[in-house]
Design a protein around this ligand. Sequence first.
Ligand SMILES: *Cc1c(COP(=O)(O)O)cnc(C)c1O
Length: 415
Amino acid sequence: MNYKNLQQQDKEVYDIIKKEETRQKNELEMIASENYVTQAVMEAMGSILTNKYSEGYPGSRYYGGNQIIDEIEILAIERAKKLFHAEHVNVQPLSGSPANASVYMAFLKPGDKVLGLKLDHGGHLSHGHSVNFSGILYNFVQYEVDSKTGRINMEEVRKIAQKEKPKMIVAGYSAYSREIEWQKFQNIADEIGSYTFADIAHTAGLIAGEQMDNPVPIFDVVSTTTHKTLRGPRGAIIMCKEKHAKKIDKAVFPGMQGGPHDHITAAKAVAFGEALKPEFKEYAKKIIINSKTLAEEFINRGYRIISDGTDNHLIVVDMTSKNTSGKETEKILERIGISVSRSTIPNDPNPPMNPSGVRFGTPAITTRGLGEKEVKQVAGWIDAAITNKEDIGVLNSIKKEVEEMCKKFPVPGLL
Ligand SMILES: *Cc1c(COP(=O)(O)O)cnc(C)c1O
């Protein structure tokens, strides 16, 4: 990336960005929520559209001079509609959590009852955790994954829903590796007259790439971040049925937010354009092949994987099956240049700051071009590092191999 002016004007910031660039180049990114955007997405993000204020929506703004901004917002909306087969799209949400806040605001009053998956079972903070606005403002009741299968048992969800009669049911998760039965959720909601809300922040790219089932034609409302598997700028969108369009738009602005970030809207449009290309389907397919390969490699080496495998881009591994913890694994892998995030496992006996599991994801390494052969090598290195965690010599030599692989598979946006 070219930072000529920044380098001249502000060396302090420039140096920090360059250091992070080097880290991203030389390390393997296996955090399931991260990815590498293209140069084109970054150029749109870095554009002069950041100079504009445009509160409101295309055709009805509270500021003048928005004729051209309207064009970019309409383009982003049209591309998102096509990508997800959506009736209505709002492309203004600043990120995943504020998007979810807008969804709740559109459909609920404070104190209303909502059904969501428990955080330590794979849910997200914004699905009703007590420290998050969602759990503070709304009365969340929670469902869990089955303790034997690690999967969501739809009969259990039905029982809880029938008993609690929530006004809204939330599905779509942060650390769940299996396909979600959207239609069954909708059927349960129809039985008790509640709204359905899908949060596809993690899997949106796999859904756009037609490798996983799409809740958009089924559910009342769907939110997603744009920066995870979808490989766009940091941000979010909300999709809904036409009948809910006014409610959603009002909740985003003026309900939750002020002016939209028009440079990010432009970058969202670029990312949606990329995701509409046939190559993106191939990318989504490869993410899942890599993830399944990684799961198999771990299982063959005696690791316990939650739900014994994966249908998507991530796996959650119970590290106590290898006499270590999530936090310690994160540290060991940092030593060899691989980034992962520690994670709770369902019914985790250990506290959230030092949970039993680690979440591994393949979207970023797949963007880099790693395939099955390389994923097998990476799994071998991870296992060797954990087995030899006290042996500095072994860790250093693995780190060199990781760096060699990184050189062979450069980050596309950092060429
Ligand atoms: C990542 C994520 C979010 C939050 O997105 P931010 O952009 O970090 O606010 C919301 N829901 C789910 C399911 C997520 O995985």
